[in-house]
Design a protein around this ligand. Structure first.
Ligand code: UDH
Ligand code: NGS
Length: 285
């Protein structure tokens, strides 16, 4: 006898849970490729199913992750994001779906409201328990930065190249955040009242602390990410009108958010690499 005993890890025939930490994760080279094509990205990601869904092979993921992207007129950024993110999420053995929430033309951009719409529609699509709200122009540079939820809401854009890979101010909550379903409903989602650039992320931070949760962040080395540089978009100007909303977040939280969200769906299209939701979120009242 060799002394070794065969212990079957799984007697029921069910697929095992994926390991807590996926194997073989490493830093990545990330650079902007303006002319990358959808055809090339599709051909490089044969495992991705219609609507931009991916699942690990041979094991069961511990979380089901929806990635929600606010969007308007950033096609080359989206192509780059998809080019890097599908292989990244596959390496992380993620069970995931990608939702690009496009605001229709003619109104001031409302990033936060698009996030809320993405949360509601992704929830109707699949049994997600983790929601990662991410700008289209931020691409992680290290596979060890797990696109997963934690026991507290997680800010994941804390080491951007444009800020020399440090957190520029302690309460920054912009760029990428991860919430479980429970965490996001606890704060009633984002405010719907931020039209134009800035402040909606600071307001969400105030909601998080108001309900007694803490913000987590990955370690600064693994959180390194590239932000594709660009100018401020037309239709997303900084108006200065919404700054005052930040300080009253805790008073407004249950009267402004998921429970007061209104919008009109213009169309939902399942592309090979993502689900696109085009939505009319209205205009500032
Ligand atoms: N977004 C769009 N289309 C728009 C506006 C915003 O898709 O017209 C989305 C996109 O996902 C973007 C996110 O909203 O990543 C956040 O908007 P942003 O990239 O404009 O905001 P950020 O703070 O950059 O990242 C501000 C531009 C500063 C320009 C400074 C000039 N050097
Ligand atoms: C603050 C904005 C945030 C924004 C952050 C970083 O001033 O929304 O700058 O912006 N708050 C207000 O406008 C009230 S960045 O330098 O990345 O463009 O996220």
């Amino acid at each position: 006898k060799s002394g070794k005993m065969f212990v079957p890890s799984n007697t029921s025939g069910e697929i095992p849970d994926c390991p807590e930490i996926p194997p073989d994760l490493s830093p990545l080279n990330v650079h902007y490729i303006p002319n990358i094509t959808y055809i090339k990205i599709v051909s490089q990601n044969p495992n991705v199913g219609p609507g931009g869904h991916g699942k690990p092979e041979g094991c069961k993921a511990r979380q089901k992750v929806a990635l929600i992207i606010p969007f308007r007129d950033r096609d080359s950024h989206l192509r780059n994001w998809l080019y890097y993110m599908h292989p990244f999420l596959k390496a992380q053995q993620a069970d995931y779906g990608i939702y690009v929430v496009e605001q229709s033309e003619g109104s001031m951009f409302n990033r936060a409201k698009l996030m809320n719409v993405g949360y509601v529609l992704a929830s109707n699509d699949y049994d997600y328990n983790c929601f990662i709200f991410t700008d289209v122009d931020i691409i992680p540079m290290d596979q060890r930065n797990l696109y997963r939820c934690s026991s507290n809401p997680k800010h994941m854009a804390n080491a951007l190249d444009k800020f020399n890979f440090i957190l520029p101010y302690p309460n920054l909550f912009g760029g990428i955040v991860a919430f479980t379903k429970e965490q996001f409903t606890k704060v009633n989602g984002f405010s719907n009242m931020f039209w134009g650039w800035g402040g909606e992320d600071d307001e969400l931070y105030q909601r998080v602390v108001a309900v007694g949760m803490k913000v987590e962040r990955p370690d600064l080395i693994i959180a390194r990410a590239r932000m594709i540089s660009h100018n401020r978009d037309a239709g997303n100007e900084e108006t200065g009108k919404s700054v005052h909303l930040i300080f009253k977040a805790s008073q407004r939280m249950y009267k402004d958010g998921l429970n007061t969200l209104n919008y009109t769906i213009i169309g939902i299209t399942g592309h090979k690499l993502f689900t696109k939701i085009t939505v009319d979120v209205g205009t500032e009242q």
